[in-house]
Ligand binder design. Structure first.
Ligand code: HEM
Ligand SMILES: [Ca+2]
Length: 784
């Protein structure tokens, strides 16, 4: 049921090349060598050949300005890129005049009027509580970190919103072309106005030679102006300019033909049915590791009320959406049709949806709203350690470098949380677990991996202490953390990522880990921040891999218990059953994941966070709405970004999908990125289609090139570099080893060698946890 619009794009045997070569490039493209294989002239010195997606300015260039085409590994084309990852190309001359006509500073009257509008939006709205125990409440928890943090974010987000409202008013008054906003081409500033309080240059880093990366990700890039790149709370990047209808923050609500877009729920129920399609090769660990990784690198934040409480956009019981006059400015409720075969039967006509909060402009310039990630963007095991110094201190035991754990009759579990806002239930015995990430209790299989990683930290800390008896708690903690982060990174690049994006993209984006020696891909120009396209669409591919049920203790055709996933969302009590942790791990490596395609389990699309309610939320609709909230452009624009032709008609899809698409959208230019990506056929050797593969590959290239502390870098780059012997040891780590080392050994005594591959797959084999053939990191390399 999958389809790819352009399976072979960028391939050298593709006769139709969309990127019009410059005269230079045509000269440089030498004669046909064999068949259709052409060879391109290399880029001039100092200019890098990169995949099209990493040179996004080309989309806005005239054809004669497009960069020269060059060769990339795996038989692919790239661009000799001079604009870097900046998506704004030099603008046509005729708009220059308009821009220079704008005032440098805002007038007091605009400021005052905007202030009044803002006050009204803040206080003149109906306040309907979001009740504990209901699905919306749990949805709000997804954006929770700590109670203190919620209040702090409120203040910052408010400043940002006020800036946006002021910018909108200014844009109307001065008739600024939309294009100038989306390409950051408005010279006007907030300087010397009350809105300037958050415009501060990034801090200067004092200790740039620190052996250990900071907890909040600051000073990873030590260069002036870049000390906050990738740090917690920093804005996301964009591959393409936002698709806001006013260029600033008004979400895309109209089709390319001017009529209103269909609602997100309508798209979800028309296109994303629930079909059971188990993956023939990969198991649920791929899904579950993917979610842990997603939480490591991104957590957005939703707008809240002044007291930190959640915003509600629907009338009680979802009977209808509040009118625009009475609802909060961040409301973007999801409309439910009366003929909705599921929600309408409960009388529900409105699903709550609150927009993401924003960050103020760092350089004080007027521009579009920018979303943030609250966690460190880097892959740095932040779900284990938290994304701030304080969060990490709250998790530490301050003995032997260990993390605090709950001793549950001899088994180490995560400690229980005392943060009342972290758990939907206040009942005793239903307490939630605490970790470095506020989303841990979302589903019990996620808790399982969070426990696994915390145990791994303590296991490593204990061994380090035996080897270095006089080491301090601080050193043991930081060194164990450094090792666990390296393990996370190695498993991500070595085992996980190739499964997702396939071997060709791994090569083309330079993501394959080395077998020996140090890697040299650090590039101080690369901002490691998460992109909106990645967090709002591409990496949400994982939602399609979720199975609606867990088959616990599946052995020889026998299953002990079938657990529906909504029953284990924010309901961690099963973890206290003695054998559950081992059983869950075994389930994850035995049970297939679902294929990444246009099918989403009803466990997510109807019953998400149901709790005791008869119905839940629709995560698919939420994803679509979120993409519009984040200003993601339509799927077609991303095809163009990658150098593929845009779709012109729904008939380019197989007829069944084409018909459904035509019911959900007016033109192919309307297709939401997340939906279009899921409809593609998977790339060779990977589980996602070409578009998601590119967006994901680009993101992981940022994490590698833009992380000075990446585990494969040497001392010249990374002040916390591993010595050659340590690095060689770290390269032995596998997820299989982690499963064995951190299981309870109650029902789990053996693991599949390739942990992400179904245990029953012919290419895989089970190996006993004590088998010497299961490689392990020898920590003797850390004896000082
Ligand atoms: C196990 C079941 C899962 C559940 C119940 C779940 C639920 C959610 C929810 C409620 C959100 C926030 C939606 C919004 O309001 O925008 C979310 C966001 C997200 N999810 Fe999942 N998810 C699951 C698995 C996964 C997996 C397997 C992956 C990837 C492999 C993934 C990747 C993401 C990403 C990247 C985001 C955006 C995070 C952000 O930037 O805030 N999720 N998920
Ligand atoms: Ca992180």
């Amino acid at each position: 049921a999958a389809f790819t619009p352009r399976q072979n794009r960028f391939d050298k045997d593709e006769p139709l090349r969309t990127a019009a070569p410059t005269t230079e490039a045509t000269e440089g493209t030498t004669k046909v060598e064999s068949g259709l294989l052409k060879k391109c002239r290399p880029c001039s010195q100092g200019i890098k050949c990169v995949p099209q997606i990493q040179c996004p300015a080309h989309v806005r260039m005239e054809s004669h300005e497009k960069p020269q085409i060059c060769d990339l590994p795996a038989g692919k084309f790239g661009y000799c890129c001079q604009t870097g990852q900046n998506h704004t190309a030099p603008r046509p001359a005729n708009t220059k005049e308009r821009r220079s006509g704008l005032p440098a500073i805002l007038s007091p009257s605009v400021l005052e009027e905007a202030r009044r509008n803002f006050e009204h939006l803040m206080h003149g709205v109906a306040q309907i509580p979001v009740r504990r125990g209901f699905p919306d409440f749990a949805h709000g928890l997804v954006f929770h970190s700590t109670a203190k943090d919620d209040v702090h974010n409120f203040a910052i987000s408010n400043s940002a919103i006020e800036q946006v409202i002021t910018t909108q008013l200014f844009g109307q008054k001065e008739q600024v072309p939309l294009d100038d906003f989306i390409t950051n081409n408005v010279p006007t500033k907030f300087t010397e106005t009350p809105l300037a309080k958050h415009c501060q240059p990034p801090p200067i880093c004092r200790d740039i030679q620190s052996v250990f990366r900071s907890l909040d990700g600051t000073c990873n890039n030590p260069l002036p102006q870049r000390s906050l790149w990738g740090a917690a709370g920093q804005p996301m990047e964009r591959l393409l300019p936002p698709a806001y209808e006013d260029g600033i923050w008004t979400p895309r609500a109209h089709s390319a033909d001017g009529t209103p877009l269909q609602g997100a729920r309508k798209v979800s129920r028309t296109l994303l049915a629930d079909v059971d399609r188990p993956h023939p090769k990969y198991n649920l660990l791929v899904m579950q590791f993917g979610q842990v990784l997603a939480h490591d690198i991104s957590q957005t934040s939703s707008v809240r009320l002044e007291d930190g409480n959640l915003v509600q956009c629907c009338s009680p019981e979802g009977k209808l959406a509040l009118s625009p006059q009475e609802r909060h400015f961040a409301c973007m409720p999801i409309h439910v049709d009366p003929e909705d075969e599921f929600f309408a039967s409960f009388g529900v006509r409105c699903l709550n949806f609150v927009r993401l909060s924003l960050v103020p402009s760092p350089d004080c310039q007027l521009g579009y709203g920018r979303q943030l990630s609250k966690v460190t963007h880097f892959i740095d095991a932040s779900p284990v350690y938290g994304s701030s110094e304080q969060a990490s201190r709250d998790l530490r035991a301050f003995r032997g470098g260990r993390l605090e754990m709950l001793n549950d009759f001899g088994r180490e579990l995560l400690p229980l949380t005392n943060d009342k806002k972290a758990c939907p239930s206040e009942e005793a015995g239903k307490s939630c677990f605490n970790s470095g990430d506020g989303r841990t209790n979302q589903i019990i299989s996620l808790i399982t991996l969070q426990i696994l990683l915390a145990r791994e930290h303590n296991r490593v800390a204990d061994v380090l202490q035996q080897l270095n008896p006089s080491a301090t708690d601080e050193w043991l903690f930081q060194e164990a953390r450094r090792i666990v982060i390296a393990e996370m990174q190695h498993i991500t690049y070595n085992e996980f990522l190739p499964i997702i994006i396939g071997p060709q993209q791994m090569k083309r984006f330079g993501l394959v880990p080395l077998h020996e020696g140090y890697a040299r891909s650090y590039n101080a120009e690369v901002n490691p921040a998460i992109t909106n396209e990645f967090s709002g669409a591409a990496f949400r591919m994982g939602h399609s891999s979720v199975d609606g049920k867990f088959h616990i203790r599946q052995e020889h055709g026998h299953i002990d218990e079938v657990v529906n996933i909504p029953d284990v969302m924010f309901n961690p009590s099963r973890m206290r059953k003695r054998e559950f942790y081992d059983d869950m791990l075994r389930t994850l490596y035995t049970q297939p994941m679902q294929q990444v395609d246009s099918s989403i389990t009803q466990g997510l699309s109807r019953f998400l966070f149901r709790g005791d309610n008869p119905f839940g939320l629709d995560l698919a609709a939420i994803n679509i709405q979120r993409g519009r909230d984040q200003g993601l452009r339509s799927y077609n624009d991303y095809l163009e970004l990658m150098g593929a032709p845009k779709l012109k008609s729904f008939q380019q899809f197989p007829s069944e999908i084409g018909q459904k698409l035509a019911r959900a959208y007016r033109t192919p230019d309307d297709i939401d990125l997340w939906v279009g990506g899921l409809l593609e056929q998977s790339v060779e050797g990977g589980v996602v289609g070409g578009t998601f593969a590119e967006i994901i590959a680009d993101q992981f290239a940022r994490f590698k090139q833009g992380d000075r502390y990446y585990y494969e870098y040497d001392k010249a780059t990374n002040p916390g570099a591993f010595n050659p012997q340590q690095l060689q040891e770290l390269r032995k780590v596998t997820l299989a080893r982690l499963l064995c080392d951190n299981s309870d050994r109650l029902t789990l005594q053996a693991v599949p060698v390739a942990a992400f591959v179904r245990a029953d797959h012919p290419e895989n084999q089970m190996v006993g946890c004590d088998d010497p053939n299961l490689p392990a990191v020898n920590l003797l390399a850390w004896r000082s």
